[in-house]
Design a binder for this molecule. Sequence first.
Ligand code: NAD
Length: 316
Amino acid sequence: MKIMVTGAAGFIGSNFVHYIADKYDDYEIVVLDKLTYAGDMHNLDNVDVKFIKGDIASQKDASEAMKDADYVVNFAAETHVDKSITDPASFVKSDVLGTQNLLELVRKYDVERYIQISTDEVYGSILNGSFKETDNIDPSSPYSASKAGGDLLVSAYYKTYDIPVIITRSSNNFGPRQFPEKLIPLFILKALKDQPLPVYGDGKNVRDWIYVEDNCAGVDTVLQKGKIGEVYNIGGGNEKNNLEITKMILEKLNKPESLIQHVDDRLGHDRRYSLDATKTQKLGWKPKWTFEDAMQNTVDWYKQNAERLYPKVETL
Ligand code: NAD
């Protein structure tokens, strides 16, 4: 099997490539990544891949990576909500036009399965209950709107051209190899230096957290067993607010809560995300990690890699 994985110098894509390489002896892995600020070749240390530096929105780059591929998994995207508020155009280019370019090539090449990696953020905020795959999408930020645009193109290409596509929507991932602009790695690295941890608003915004390895297993389950044309939610079932996460990090690092600093809330900040992952569980998947063990692993990993990663915090 030849599998093309886009965005695999980034957080989830690189964890997915490690997961696939460990699980399947006979997979040939081709990575296409533009190496934006969020990409890091160290994320691909110790894994055997053919790496192509290129843009999913470029026909030439994506053709080179996709020809002969049996499977395509598209993780490549601009992903930081705050950046999407100041620079929305780059999100539309990668997350909407990049997706459309890949879909055109799926039409052209003999790809067996194309998986579009999406997010719970496309559903928008929910105060009670959890989103199912059949719920309407109602994104709030330029990031989630761009991801929703990609999802709509995937569905439209399925209906119009009958190509073999599936969408996964996961909740907030955490774990090793995440760029430290995101909450958990940022706060671990800052706390290690006794720096203030900037918590948006009252810190009560709730996210459903999933350990990255569990999401990778979910994506693989959908890749192997999912039904073409469908959407699958992959949620961890760990709903925590930002203040709870922050306090847990401080406790694990033995640092004082006085490092918490409340700052102005993010514009359009969704209050709560929550996913119903029953449909994916029916394929035989469920999260393996407890939240406690996964957080301990994550904190330990950033402690071990702090010297290499902290300079990235200084670029923010
Ligand atoms: P990331 O920002 O860590 O990595 C993104 C990678 O994509 C980087 O290596 C970057 O260089 C590459 N990239 C960006 N634009 C590209 C382009 N035009 N062409 C080729 N490569 C490009 O992202 P992540 O957190 O690993 O997220 C991966 C995917 O999962 C995204 O599609 C994101 O929307 C989705 N997702 C993420 C989360 C999360 O909690 N991180 C949750 C749900 C869904």
